[in-house]
Design a protein around this ligand. Structure first.
Ligand code: SF4
Length: 493
């Protein structure tokens, strides 16, 4: 694409931050390339787009590969002239804006634009997206009757094959897109003027993450030290208030600056190295823990398009668990695990194994139990024959995160967080997620979701091993964290 042309995504980038667009055009080497997770999301988005073609079947696709934008524009024009009623990726250029319309369909009253998103609601950025398409198509002389957003209907439940008319919801936003036409024109003029000059002088701000996390943050945020006001837990936009006042280091935060007690604790721990230990709070929690004792962690996938019968979009589907188990006080630590075979519904086999691995009425510790409870409840609904056993586990879950959320135990290495990814290195530095091939839930999800596509069985075995190691560490971490808490109490008594 020539440098003075703008694509729709570049226009949206420029709306978020002029500097981001300028850097994208002139200093692309400063951009952080998408990681595996972002690539996976991008691919999932493409799949959703293709599925949405089923709303208007029989259309003609303008292939992305193999032709220039000018050729795509020409192909689109020819298809329209030849009476084709539905075109996927129809391409238009006007005022040096180039847009590709996900679905262009000729309705009874004129041409209709359908922009497809994997979101479950209409957002303001979608309106800008539609408005610039409307501007370009209208300017190209196409009589438009409708501009709509196609998004995921999260009330849809899969029965049999995917019903695209149930999976997708359509919001007709013609008026909203039409009302934004003057502002699109003005914004385009502003962006062009900006691009003809030097890099705009724009400081970092909330716009760096809204509506999207900017891929130039590594560049623009390079002056922010590793530990700064941006690491204070739940400070929201007050972070920028401090930053714009020239305050970055904890030591420069005025004593009377309005921070809540947990935030003050974080600042004090960072500055003095002091550890905060509320023994009574820890004891209170430990009193609720009993034997047999289980440590449970699920890994899940949450596909936009439900993969299995009776499931909804984005529902968490467990495919793996790790379980550490101690039958009685001082007893041996045992480990159980389950990782479903790829490509099939993992749930029933997982349920059978889980209810046989966890004895009735056992105390079950999870870290951030809302997640595990949600998974168990969904499983109980889906497999009534096991509902009693699953709900028994549900009823006996306790949250190991709670003492850390309540700051009964706080050290500066926790960086204001109560995520296990911070708590573990602070309390049990000898155990670490660092260097693991799969080191977080997002990576585990992506690895499992693509496993069935890999033909090389050695590679499949390697990834499965990495998944098992990661999930095992999650529950072993909980075991060791609990031990640390018990040690602290024993020493304090
Ligand atoms: S990181 Fe922030 S300031 Fe820098 S280009 Fe991106 S949005 Fe703009």
């Amino acid at each position: 694409m020539e440098n003075n042309s703008l694509s729709k995504s570049q226009f949206i980038r420029g709306l978020q931050c002029h500097k981001s667009l300028w850097l994208y055009k002139y200093k692309p080497e400063l951009r952080t390339p998408p990681d595996e997770g972002q690539e996976a999301l991008f691919e999932a988005g493409k799949d959703i787009g293709v599925l949405a073609h089923g709303l208007f079947p029989g259309g003609v696709l303008i292939e992305f590969e193999g032709s220039s934008f000018d050729e795509k524009v020409k192909q689109t024009r020819e298809l329209i002239e030849n009476g084709v009623k539905t075109i996927y990726e129809a391409t238009f250029r006007y005022d040096n804006m180039i847009v590709m319309v996900d679905i262009l369909h000729k309705g009874d009253e004129g041409w209709e634009i359908y922009e497809v998103k994997g979101s479950t609601e209409v957002k303001d950025v979608h309106l800008s997206d539609l408005a610039v398409q409307y501007y370009t198509l209208k300017g190209s002389g196409l009589p438009l009757s409708k501009a709509s957003l196609v998004y995921i209907n999260n009330n849809y439940v899969r029965h049999g094959e995917i019903d695209v008319n149930g999976l997708f919801a359509i919001a007709v936003l013609t008026d909203e897109a039409s009302k934004r036409q003057d502002s699109v024109k003005d914004e385009l003029a502003e962006l062009r003027a900006m691009l003809s000059g030097e890099a705009p002088d724009i400081d970092i701000g909330p716009h760096c993450k809204d509506p999207y996390e900017c891929d130039f943050m590594a560049h623009c945020w390079s002056h922010i030290p590793e530990c700064s006001v941006f690491d204070i837990s739940r400070l929201g936009n007050k972070q920028y208030d401090l930053y714009y006042r020239g305050i970055l280091d904890f030591k420069d935060i005025p004593d009377d600056y309005p921070l809540n007690p947990k935030q003050r604790m974080q600042v004090e721990a960072e500055l003095t190295g002091r550890e905060f230990i509320d023994l009574a709070g820890i004891k209170e929690f430990l009193k609720t823990v009993y034997y047999p004792l289980c440590f449970l962690d699920f890994e899940t996938i949450n596909p936009a398009v439900p993969m299995f019968e009776g499931r909804r979009p984005y529902e968490q589907i467990p495919f793996q668990y790790s379980l550490h188990f101690i039958e009685k006080e001082g007893g041996e630590l045992r480990h159980y695990e389950f990782l479903a075979k790829e490509g099939a519904d993992p749930r029933e086999e997982l349920v059978k194994r889980l209810v046989s691995d966890i004895p009735p009425d056992a105390c079950v510790l999870a870290y951030n139990m809302g997640f595990e409870k949600g998974v168990l409840k969904n499983l109980a609904g889906a497999f009534p024959a096991y509902a009693d056993k699953l709900m028994n586990i549900y009823d006996h879950i306790k949250d190991l995160m709670m003492p850390f959320q309540k700051k009964h135990l706080y050290k500066k290495e926790m960086m204001g967080s109560y995520s296990i990814k911070y708590i573990l290195p602070a309390l049990v530095p000898e155990l670490s997620y660092k260097g693991m091939e799969i080191g977080n839930g997002g990576e585990a999800m992506n690895a499992y979701a693509t496993l069935h596509l890999i033909e090389d069985q050695k590679e499949v075995a390697r990834i499965r091993k990495a998944l098992l190691e990661y999930c095992k560490l999650d529950t072993l971490a909980m075991v060791r964290i609990l031990e640390k808490m018990e040690d602290l109490v024993a020493k304090g008594d």
